[in-house]
Design a protein around this ligand. Structure first.
Ligand SMILES: Nc1ncnc2c1ncn2[C@@H]1O[C@H](COP(=O)(O)OP(=O)(O)O)[C@@H](O)[C@H]1O
Ligand SMILES: [Mg+2]
Length: 246
């Protein structure tokens, strides 16, 4: 059975979508069969970070509703084992039929080694929908007090939901900012109260790759953020990849 991983945060703009795309590409590049699902209903943009904005992708609701089979997910042209379903544009998380969604995810777990859910910001219906079925949760946070507090709050909610496999990615690590804020990655982890899955640097190539509609790993595979995504993917696969943090 495949592993279902929800990429969450409390606060918006922490880098969920960018990291979801980067990690999914890295997992696929190392041969894993991966399904990436945009769960940010109404505000989808995972297609952009995956370099698939020009593709006419099915939404996960198209598949959940039984109108299309799961194998009609969009296959990525650069990563043949990476598949994508977008979010529906015209509904809300509350409109999703939970039973069908659960059955669809169970089915997906039989066909893919990893399923990554890119969640919306906030801790409401979309957060719960993604977290509920996840085997593992990745919480993405920055170093700023608001996103760390929101990550801690999200961590508490996940604990209440019985989620035990929750790890943090500290995104947009920037030496100067950390110096000026007088914080370290350890401080961020301590405040979030959760174990660390990885750190990703503040890297303009993340924004540039999306602007040029290319996956980060194709736009610049040697960029610091691309390398960080590859290291995180290895840890998710269970390899003992060290975290090079300062
Ligand atoms: N590691 C990073 N370095 C630089 N910019 C980043 C990084 N991660 C995300 N960004 C930028 O931050 C913005 C928000 O990222 P996004 O992935 O859309 O966040 P979320 O999905 O959490 O709302 C985007 O403009 C993206 O390019
Ligand atoms: Mg997003």
């Amino acid at each position: 059975m495949g592993k279902l991983i929800a990429v969450l945060s409390g606060k918006g703009g922490t880098g969920k979508t960018s990291l979801c795309a980067g990690i999914a590409s890295a997992l696929a590049q190392s041969g894993e069969r991966v399904l990436c699902i945009d769960c940010d209903i109404g505000l989808r943009n995972l297609d952009i970070s995956l370099g698939l904005a020009d593709f006419c992708a099915l939404s996960f609701v198209d598949v959940c509703s039984g109108n299309y089979p799961l194998d009609s997910a969009t296959q990525h042209p650069d990563f043949p084992t990476l598949f994508f379903l977008t979010a529906p544009a015209n509904c809300t998380s509350a409109d999703i039929d939970e039973e069908r969604f659960a059955a669809f995810l169970e089915d997906a777990k039989k066909q893919y080694q990893f399923i990554l859910l890119d969640a919306p910001a906030g801790i409401e219906a979309g957060f719960r929908l993604c977290a509920k079925h996840a085997d593992q949760v990745i919480l993405v946070t920055g170093a700023d007090p608001a996103s760390v507090r929101d990550a801690a709050r999200a961590g508490e909610l996940l604990e209440k939901m019985g989620k035990t496999q929750v790890r943090v990615i500290v995104n947009r690590v920037n030496e100067k900012l950390y110096h000026d804020l007088c914080v370290t990655v350890d401080d961020v982890m301590d405040r979030a109260g959760l174990p660390l899955l990885g750190i990703t640097p503040d890297d303009p190539d993340v924004t540039l790759s999306a602007a040029f509609e290319q996956p980060l790993l194709c736009y610049n595979k040697r960029s610091a953020a691309a390398k960080a995504c590859k290291r995180i993917a290895k840890r998710i696969q269970g390899f003992p990849e060290p975290i090079p943090y300062k």
